[in-house]
Design a protein around this ligand. Structure first.
Ligand code: ATP
Ligand code: MG
Length: 418
């Protein structure tokens, strides 16, 4: 028997309505903020991620699905959404148009990680990218998109943790301070962090190892330059004014190299170790790093599997799948055509209707109608057809009424009788 590859999951027909629910909330929120969808390929040239995501990140070092295609090109399955969008922005000169350019995507993301709850090898992200504005208002708008989206799903109390990781002016000084601190504590570091210390000390703050997390390195907020400090203060003040709950967490650096300035995470502490549902930040140097002009940009990525866990945990997934409005049960061959005809007409009028396509007995059909939780059932036999008189039964209340074929069409097409 074949099984799905480790770390991947099917979305089964009985579960897909939950994904539609989330995807609808994404589109509704995007509309509120005039954010347009962008779709980029599932794979890109490997070089894009080496340059865009950064050679000192876990993603590039350990997690990418990279292979040579038959033409000998090195290809990588998207390990995150931002680099592909940046590539498209540059390639299609998207910033030559109206700015700010506000985009979102819903995309599968591939990372070779140790699978566990909330950590998969293929997961899905809703991401937002805003190009062409470099202000505290834009930073806050980005956070508000995520916050509004959570609100639309009923998650009102999720709070955002923010930090600033500075700019190329203030980062070197902080890097020096980190290097001094961690060198003094080198014996306590995990193997990976010893290596990170040589290559990019900021990465140590992102280590998941418990011993490394116990250390108390200098805080970036004490090293910010005047402009970064002022921006961070403006962001905090705007969030406060707008009533957005937040905490400053100086340990947030995010797992990607491209960030500058504000970084943020939305956390749900109840879903276990993999608690970060959404992470984002500003990356003003990314397009330049990828060979384009410098365009300020900010964005976030949200893990939809973790979001589903969060919603479930908060009891907010009490939604149900859509069901057929009415089931027509033919008795005998001659009634089948009548049922098919009525069902066809109803569907043309936009009404979800079902009839027997399995050749089942009436009893089995009624069981089926019950199982699919349809709103009404109509039994169609020879007498019903010749008298043009059908009994429409409400499956929940068990009340019924009798009407002709045109009455049936009128009743169900009218829209608000479920
Ligand atoms: P983590 O620290 O948990 O590894 P990350 O910093 O690697 O997360 P990002 O690159 O910021 O995560 O991705 C954005 C979001 O995508 C995360 O906040 C999380 O919700 C989700 N995510 C990341 N990796 C996975 C994964 N392997 N499986 C499921 N969801 C994931
Ligand atoms: Mg990760």
């Amino acid at each position: 028997m074949y099984t799905v590859p480790k770390g991947t999951k099917d979305v089964l027909p009985s579960e897909s309505y939950k994904w539609h629910y989330i995807e609808n909330a994404v589109r509704k929120t995007a509309e509120l903020f005039s954010v347009k969808e962008i779709r980029t390929p599932v794979f890109e040239h490997t070089e894009l991620f080496l340059r865009g995501v950064g050679g000192t990140t876990d993603i590039v070092n350990k997690e990418m699905y990279t292979f040579d295609d038959k033409g000998g090109r090195s290809i990588t399955l998207k390990p995150e959404g931002t680099a592909g969008v940046a590539r498209s922005v540059i390639e299609n000169s998207l910033c030559a148009g109206t700015l700010p350019l506000k985009m979102y995507y819903i995309s599968p993301i591939f990372r070779y990680e140790k699978p566990q709850a909330g950590r998969l090898r293929e997961h899905h992200q809703f991401g937002v990218e805003i190009y062409g504005a470099d202000t505290a208002e834009c930073d806050v708008e980005t956070i508000l998109i995520a916050k509004t989206f959570f609100g639309a799903l009923g998650l009102k109390n999720i709070s955002v943790n923010i930090n600033s990781i500075g700019c190329p002016d203030c980062r070197p000084l902080y890097n020096q301070a980190l290097t001094r601190y961690y060198t003094a504590h080198e014996k306590e570091l995990c193997g990976d962090c010893k290596d990170r210390l040589q290559r990019n000390p900021l990465r140590l703050l992102d280590c998941k190892n418990e011993n490394c997390q116990k250390l108390q390195p200098p805080k970036i907020t004490d090293y910010l330059c005047g402009a970064c400090k002022q921006r961070f203060e403006e962001i905090k003040s705007l969030l406060t004014t707008l009533g957005v709950a937040f905490e400053v967490d100086t340990n947030i650096v995010r797992g990607l190299d491209y960030y500058t300035g504000i970084v943020f995470e939305f956390i749900n502490k109840n879903i276990g170790a993999q608690s970060t549902v959404c992470g984002g930040g500003r990356y003003n140097k990314l397009t330049e790093d990828l060979g384009g002009a410098q365009i300020p940009a900010i964005g976030f990525g949200m893990g939809l599997e973790r979001l589903l866990l969060t919603l479930d945990d908060a009891g907010l997934l009490n939604i149900s799948d859509k069901t057929a409005k009415v089931y027509f049960a033919p008795i005998g061959k001659e009634s089948v055509v009548k049922c098919l005809t009525i069902v066809k007409t109803l569907r043309e009028k936009g009404v979800s209707a079902e009839t027997d396509i399995s050749g089942r007995s009436l009893k089995a059909q009624m069981k089926y109608a019950d199982k699919i939780s349809c709103g009404y059932a109509v039994v169609v036999g020879g007498d019903e057809i010749s008298n043009d008189s059908y009994t429409v039964k409400n499956m929940k209340t068990h009340e019924s009424f009798t009407t002709g074929e045109s009455g049936i069409l009128e009743f169900f097409a009218n829209g608000d009788n479920n």
